[in-house]
Design a protein around this ligand. Structure first.
Ligand code: ADP
Ligand code: ADP
Length: 225
């Protein structure tokens, strides 16, 4: 399923966060927005998630407009920079929360789905644990499991590794990439880290000052000045 942004503009009061953004993301692609802080990456992701509407232009996934309904109810999984796990729920309950709008795919029960996902993210024994006992990297894995629980068609990841140290970042990067390939899920990834973008992406959009400066494969982007 394709994600298409056409002439997207976003203005907040006097600040132009995005202008003339055109992106065409293919089914199953791992697509990354990279650029310095303030260039418009998070704004792009928020618009794709449907949290806000662009002041001009359109965003369509599989031909549908992305606005109005919560992302989980539209087959969109979201993982933010600061893992927002609920501290008063167990890990398993946090993952099951991802199923509040839809039954698990494949006709399995909620408990079976939670177990599948914890296995997938490499924390098979964590269901009864308290999220606050987990490391930052583990918490991000749980946030990923929660986002994947309903079997989304589109995954949005906003700097999911930025709070982690180098070793955990590398391990989570490998996990994310493996899961993305295995599920063949269209993924829009945001990072300010060019090295990370080059390592994980099928294609990259380099952003600067609210605009897309360049789109290409890691090889194409790395080669250019
Ligand atoms: P990035 O994710 O690349 O760091 P953002 O998308 O967060 O960039 O921000 C792009 C620009 O838009 C920045 O100048 C930022 O201050 C501005 N901006 C983002 N969200 C808002 C908002 N809700 N209100 C006002 N300005 C905003
Ligand atoms: P990032 O880490 O991507 O740069 P920020 O920490 O700058 O994002 O922004 C976090 C949140 O604050 C986002 O929801 C963004 O839309 C909002 N935001 C960013 N800049 C502004 C601003 N100047 N005024 C109001 N809200 C903003």
């Amino acid at each position: 399923m394709r994600l298409e942004l056409d002439d997207v503009e976003m203005v907040y009061g006097g600040t132009t966060a995005l202008s003339d953004v055109n992106l065409d993301i293919e089914d199953g692609e791992f697509f990354t927005l990279v650029g310095p802080s303030g260039c418009g990456k998070t704004t792009t992701l928020r618009l794709v998630a449907g949290f806000e509407s662009p002041t001009a232009g359109s965003i369509q996934f599989d031909g549908r407009e992305m606005r109005g309904v919560p992302p989980e109810a539209r087959g969109v999984g979201v993982v933010f920079q600061n893992y927002a796990l609920f501290p008063h729920m167990t890990v398993g309950e946090n993952v099951a929360y991802g199923l509040r709008f839809s039954d698990p795919p494949g006709g399995v029960s909620h408990d079976e789905r939670v177990a599948e996902l914890l296995e997938l993210v490499g924390l098979p024994d964590a269901a009864d644990r308290d999220p606050t006992e987990l490391s930052g990297g583990q918490q991000q894995r749980i946030a990923l499991a929660r986002a994947l629980a309903p079997g989304p068609d589109l995954l949005l990841l906003d700097e999911p590794m930025s709070a982690l140290d180098a070793r955990l970042r590398e391990r989570l990067r490998v996990t994310v990439k493996e899961i993305q390939s295995e599920l063949d899920i269209t993924t829009l990834y945001v990072t300010h880290d060019q090295e990370e973008a080059l390592a994980v992406s099928d294609r990259i959009a380099v952003m600067s000052d609210g605009r897309v400066e360049q789109v290409g494969t890691p090889r194409e982007v790395y080669r250019s000045p």
